[in-house]
Design a protein around this ligand. Structure first.
Ligand code: AFP
Length: 338
């Protein structure tokens, strides 16, 4: 008996009404294609060691990171998949310094895709969880289309991530709630398993790389001290959970609540140095979180109001349960260095 669960394409056709009609067809085509890519990446990850796909490709990317073979492979498979849709006008990828313009997608309905094809590369060679993160933005018919990606996060048409864990899960939004699907490995199809995800108002866990503790803003340090301090009434201490792959840490946070945080390095308070990339990590996650009733802040600003000035711009993020994010902002305000 076939599984009665909705498939991704069925779910998407139900959401068309909520989408900007001008771009709805393109958004659906691109999401469906990225789901196919995710299934291919899932298969490749499972056999990477057997196919000599682990380790380094030999080059350095724009962020100064050594590129892993699967980073390169992931980028290529995403690019070739998007080419075939005719809906993608340009790709902004972690693995490409400049946007890659796709002539066949340029036009009034063209969509700019921002993507981190394989996120969490430091987990690849140790069989840890990795992800794919993506965001769609209107090109407004611009040619070249890439610069259209540099708008506010509120302009996103759609966003999502794939988490390659024990199960392969795809979570997306088109501005009508946030919904999760699990890959049916037999049918190679994503089926609806987490409809209309709602982030609990408060959580019990926080995710952050505590190794950076000394470079944090005083408010950030005070917040983590607070979360660690036992207090039954407020459900503290929170437990620390951190995987090194944003998709995995965000997935846990959307389902269970709490916080995922990657604050800026404030070693030089005059020059804050965030790590995560705005267009293909921070902004898509913020859209997903807000659509699930959560919040996403830099500590002082709503992430979705941020406007990128360049394609690989970095931004701080505190995302998760609305009350926990508000608490985090309170600590940043009350310890403001200004
Ligand atoms: P990589 O893709 O370079 O491993 O970075 C992963 C990531 O962008 C994000 O997925 C993690 O949350 C974060 O960086 C991990 O960073 P740290 O290794 O500094 O904790």
């Amino acid at each position: 008996m076939s599984d009665p669960r909705l498939s991704l394409s069925e779910h998407l056709s139900d959401r068309t009404a909520a989408m900007d009609p001008w771009y709805a067809g393109g958004v659906a085509a691109l999401l469906t294609r990225l789901a196919e890519v995710a299934a291919a990446i899932e298969g490749e990850l499972a056999h990477a060691a057997l196919r000599d796909r682990l380790g380094y490709a030999g080059d350095i990317n724009l962020s100064g990171d050594q590129v892993k073979k699967l980073d390169r492979w992931g980028h290529e498979i995403v690019l070739s998949a998007l080419r075939g849709t005719g809906a993608c006008a340009a790709l902004v990828s972690e693995e490409s310094p400049e946007p890659i313009e796709l002539r066949e997608g340029i036009g009034p309905r063209g969509i700019v895709v921002c993507c981190d094809p394989v996120d969490g590369s430091s987990n690849l060679d140790v069989n840890g969880t990795v992800g794919t993160i993506f965001s769609f933005r209107p090109s407004h018919g611009q040619d070249p289309a890439g610069p259209a990606a540099l708008g506010a996060g509120t302009e996103q048409l759609a966003a999502g991530y794939v988490m390659y864990g024990p199960a392969c899960v795809l979570v997306y939004t088109v501005g009508d709630g946030t919904h999760g699907f699990t890959l049916d490995r037999g049918r190679r199809e994503f089926l609806l398993t987490h409809p209309d995800i709602r982030v609990p108002r408060r959580g019990k866990t926080y995710g952050i790389n505590e190794g950076n503790f000394h470079s944090w803003h005083p408010g950030q340090r005070a917040l983590v001290e607070h979360l660690r301090t036992p207090d039954k009434a407020s459900g503290r201490p929170y437990s620390l959970r951190y995987s090194g792959a944003m998709a995995a840490d965000v997935h846990r946070t959307l389902l269970d609540g709490g916080l995922f945080m990657y604050p800026a390095d404030m070693s030089d308070p005059a020059k804050p140095r965030p790590k995560l990339r705005l267009l293909y990590e921070v902004a898509p996650v913020a859209f997903l979180a807000e659509q699930a009733g959560g919040r996403a802040s830099t500590g002082t600003e709503r992430v979705l109001d941020l406007r990128a000035k360049d394609y690989h711009e970095r931004a701080a993020i505190i995302v998760g349960s609305a009350d926990d994010v508000a608490l985090a902002e309170e600590f940043h305000r009350s310890h403001s260095t200004r």
